[in-house]
Design a protein around this ligand. Structure first.
Ligand code: FES
Length: 108
């Protein structure tokens, strides 16, 4: 029978990296997903729904719900729970759907 906790508290002595969230520096634990790193701070929502603008944030932490979508280094629609946090990442909230760049269709 499994009796050990599946999760463990992050030690305050854990190695950290510095990222940028909405233009502000943020020190977060290294070696975890970006979603987990963002959850270590009280940031409120990290995205707004493309359908109704409802605020959201990481929920399932396993790539299923898409509530963790953020913009990372200018790339929209990144699932923060599936990306490992890295030094210098520039993260922004995702507002609605990303713009679609449909190359070449304007010429047809
Ligand atoms: S938190 Fe559900 S897909 Fe990332």
């Amino acid at each position: 029978m499994l009796t050990d906790a599946l999760f463990r508290r992050l030690s305050s002595a854990q190695h950290c990296v510095q990222i940028e969230f909405e233009g502000a520096p943020l020190k977060v634990p290294a070696g975890v997903s970006l979603a987990a790193a963002l959850l270590t701070h009280d940031l409120g929502h990290t995205r707004e729904s493309a359908v109704n603008g409802r605020p959201g944030a990481a929920y399932c932490l396993m790539g299923v719900c898409f509530e963790c979508l953020v913009e990372v280094d200018g790339q929209a629609n990144c699932q923060a729970c599936l990306v490992q946090v890295a030094e210098g990442m520039r993260v922004r909230r995702q507002h609605g759907a990303r713009e679609l760049l449909i190359g070449g269709l304007e010429d047809e």
